[in-house]
Design a protein around this ligand. Structure first.
Ligand SMILES: [Zn+2]
Length: 410
């Protein structure tokens, strides 16, 4: 047997993937609620996507809960839920150290990715992200083209595939709070396929536009027109293009546009001794200007375990709350790692968010009515391929994307 021979498929986290036979591009369009593409198609802003009705696959899928960026990006690239890969939020409370820690370091990852295994068997893999925080998690365990548009100007040739990636893409390094941060990602993907630098690509954008602009608004439609042009360009190059989202996006405001927030820590401190409860908002990250760290999912730690049932009941009764689950219930239902959850998991209703204390959230940076995610109301995401597919499941998850693109296109 020739040990150097490339295999036809690889197995990652219990699922088998055929090696790409043509350039294959998986896109995670951050915060892309299906309402955005529906409105943009209806308005004539996405002619390419509209054409896929006849020749592609247009479905929706469920993302993983919490409907946050990191858990879902890691699910997509591992083909598995957070109970397998371990990333249950952007942020968690580490009981071992007693500290609240960012989960954007690869040390928290519990498994390898499809990207790493494909790279290991010789497939030319490339990853382009918008924000740099995701780059390290996605690039863990393999070497190759992997860079963020946030830091494109300082990335080296070995990381981008080009001597001067900004010149090749035709854009200066964009601001971290801009639509261009995502446009750079997609345009870089087109250039990488065109230059035959990569056979398997993962492109992950940022939800700056979706946090600020509702579906069907001029800003949202302009963004989706840009997405459509880049999808069409990849299609013309002969690539399989598969697109999903990490989560949807909902308005989190009352009828006059004010943010609706349940300040959990304030309630808990009214009910229980100071310091005996701790609320963790796993949406928290260094870039909170556009959502004030307010999402629809929180975990709660209680010093005294016997208080769990009563606290669950009281929290569930708060106006704007959708569900409060125990650690075990949440881990089972949402396939989450129980050791990285609080005693309780709280999920707010579609138009409400969960905060810690009113004094801890700076909403002064919100220059548009609050739109955010994290809960069950943001679970539906698009699942789109530019090819017909066969044998896909009735219920799709966003982390079936590589399976669909590599195993099911006809
Ligand atoms: Zn996101």
């Amino acid at each position: 047997m020739d040990s150097a021979r490339t295999p036809e498929s690889v197995t990652v986290n219990g699922r088998t993937y055929r090696l790409p036979r043509q350039p294959t591009v998986a896109i995670c369009l951050d915060g892309s609620d299906p309402e955005y593409t529906e409105a943009a198609v209806a308005g004539g802003y996405m002619p390419f996507l509209a054409s896929l009705k006849a020749r592609g696959t247009l479905r929706t899928a469920d993302c993983v809960i919490p409907s946050f960026t990191n858990p879902n990006n890691l699910s997509i690239v591992t083909g598995a839920p957070p109970s397998v890969h371990g990333i249950s939020g952007n942020f968690f409370f580490d009981p071992a150290s007693g500290r609240e820690v960012m989960m954007n370091d690869p040390e928290w990852l519990r498994t390898g990715s499809i990207l790493a295994t494909m790279s290991e068997v010789g497939v030319a893999v490339a990853v382009v992200t918008a924000k740099d925080k995701l780059r390290r998690l996605l690039g863990h365990g393999w070497h190759g083209i992997c860079f963020s548009s946030e830091r494109a100007a300082e990335a080296k040739e070995g990381e981008t595939g080009f001597v001067d990636v900004c010149a090749t893409v035709g854009m200066a390094q964009p601001s971290v709070y801009s639509a261009e941060l995502s446009e750079f990602v997609l345009r870089a993907g087109v250039r990488l396929v065109e230059a035959r630098r990569a056979a398997l690509l993962y492109l992950s954008t940022t939800d700056y536009v979706q946090h600020k602009h509702a579906p069907g608004t001029p800003e949202a439609n302009a963004f989706y027109a840009m997405v459509d042009r880049n999808m069409a360009a990849l299609d013309r190059l002969g690539a399989v293009v598969a697109l999903t989202a990490d989560h949807g996006m909902s308005a989190k405001t009352d009828q006059v546009g004010r943010p609706q927030v349940i300040y959990l820590q304030d309630y808990l401190e009214r009910w229980y001794d100071a310091g005996s409860t701790r609320v963790i908002l796993p949406i928290t990250d260094p870039y909170v200007v556009h959502h004030g760290a307010l999402g629809s999912y929180a975990t709660v730690y209680l010093e005294r375990a016997e208080r769990v049932p009563e606290a669950a009941r009281r929290l569930a009764e708060l106006p704007g709350m959708m569900e409060v689950l125990t650690r075990e219930e949440a881990a089972r239902r949402f396939e989450l790692p129980p050791d990285r959850l609080g005693d309780l998991v709280a999920i707010s209703a579609k138009d409400w968010t969960l905060g810690t204390s009113a004094t801890k959230h700076d909403l002064s940076g919100l220059d548009a009515p609050l739109r955010s995610h994290g809960g069950l109301s943001e679970q539906r995401v698009p699942f789109i391929l530019n090819r017909r597919t066969k044998g896909l499941a009735d219920r799709l998850r966003n982390f079936d994307l590589f399976d669909a693109a590599l195993n099911h296109v006809v």
